[in-house]
Ligand binder design. Structure first.
Ligand code: PBG
Length: 325
């Protein structure tokens, strides 16, 4: 057979395959999401997320030694608050002596080079379990944004490097940027959850934080999974309002959205490989239905190939081990 193009020539050896490989994956692309709770000597495994734990401050500091030794340089920290600390206004979130803020400061002190990203949304502190303030059964936008900005200032003060507004309220990026700048935190970054969809894949995360909504769903603020144009609008607004990085969440069912944002915006795109995506793979691997390591690396590579520069992933430690070997 005469063929002047034989694509298989570029696959004939491992060295050649590596030579022509288009996308790479590196530990420095990872942000490791971690859960923290009050108390001491706590390390509670999340049932729906095998291998992922909720730590108290003392145990997270030990864990971080291992995490940073693996070469991971960024974490995203989420708090689990006891029901008794929650109220309508999420007022615990900006109390100076609250455990989450104190933990940020303590971690920063012990690991000054570690990038600490924080989460801005009301759900872990809200007695309604929603990301925003509830009035007459509705999630009200503008009053929420003010609370979120207070939270942002408190987290910046505590030592956060990157603020991650995950609430999907309108106008929150501009308001947050302006508020923290006025307080002198012009060097604190904002990674906006720009295209955050109302997804079934957040289930295990809500188990970890015990933060599921007490009524209704999040569809009046998180996006409809059917929409693309809306993602571009959200990204455009966040870009214009001053976001440093734009995030798509979840990652796997939204690779097309990652690619669109990457093509349209000249700032780094991040993707959140969420709890449900982690749980699915773990469950299949534990049943022996999939080669867990290979599936994990393929999934992470696909997110990079789609156009994400950085990946928030619960697989960070396991993938770091493989990448380092
Ligand atoms: C809450 C928040 C959620 C996640 C990150 N921040 C859940 C939600 O919106 O209900 C999900 C992360 C994951 O599933 O891994 N604002």
């Amino acid at each position: 057979m005469y063929l002047n193009r034989r694509p298989r020539r570029n696959r004939k050896s491992s060295a050649i395959r590596d030579l022509v490989q288009e996308t790479t994956l590196s530990v420095s692309d990872f942000i490791f999401p971690m859960f923290i709770q009050e108390g001491t000597n706590q390390k509670v495994e999340i049932k729906s997320m095998p291998g992922i734990f909720r730590f108290s401050l003392d145990t997270i500091l030990e864990e971080l030694k291992e995490v940073t030794d693996l070469g991971i340089r960024a974490i995203d920290l989420f708090p689990n608050y006891h029901e008794t600390k929650k109220d309508k206004y999420a007022s615990e979130s900006y109390k100076e002596d609250t455990f989450y803020l104190k933990a940020i400061t303590a971690i920063k002190e012990k690991f000054p080079d570690l990038v600490i990203m924080t989460d801005i949304a009301m759900d872990p502190y809200s007695s309604d379990g929603h990301d925003g303030l509830v009035e007459n059964g509705e999630i009200v936008n503008d009053a929420t944004v003010e609370i979120l900005a207070k939270m942002g200032v408190a987290q910046a003060k505590a030592g956060a490097d990157i603020l991650g507004p995950s609430d999907m309220m309108d106008g929150r990026i501009g308001y947050l940027r302006d508020t923290i700048d006025r307080e002198g935190f012009t060097n604190v970054s904002i990674m906006s959850y720009s295209a955050k969809y109302a997804s079934a894949f957040y289930g295990p995360f809500r188990d970890a934080l015990e933060s599921a909504p007490k009524f209704g769903d999040k569809k009046t603020y998180q996006m409809n999974p059917a929409n693309t144009r809306e993602a571009l609008l959200e990204a455009q607004l966040d870009f214009a309002e001053g976001a440093d990085m734009l995030m798509v969440k979840p990652a796997l069912s939204y690779l097309d959205i990652i690619a669109k944002l990457d093509q349209n915006f000249d700032i780094p795109i991040a993707a959140y490989n969420v709890s449900g995506e982690y749980a699915m793979l773990k469950a299949a691997a534990q049943n022996g239905w999939l080669d867990g390591d290979r599936a994990m690396m393929e999934v992470l590579m696909s997110i990079r190939r789609a156009g994400a520069k950085c990946i928030l992933t619960y697989f960070a430690k396991e993938a770091a081990v493989i990448l380092g070997s």
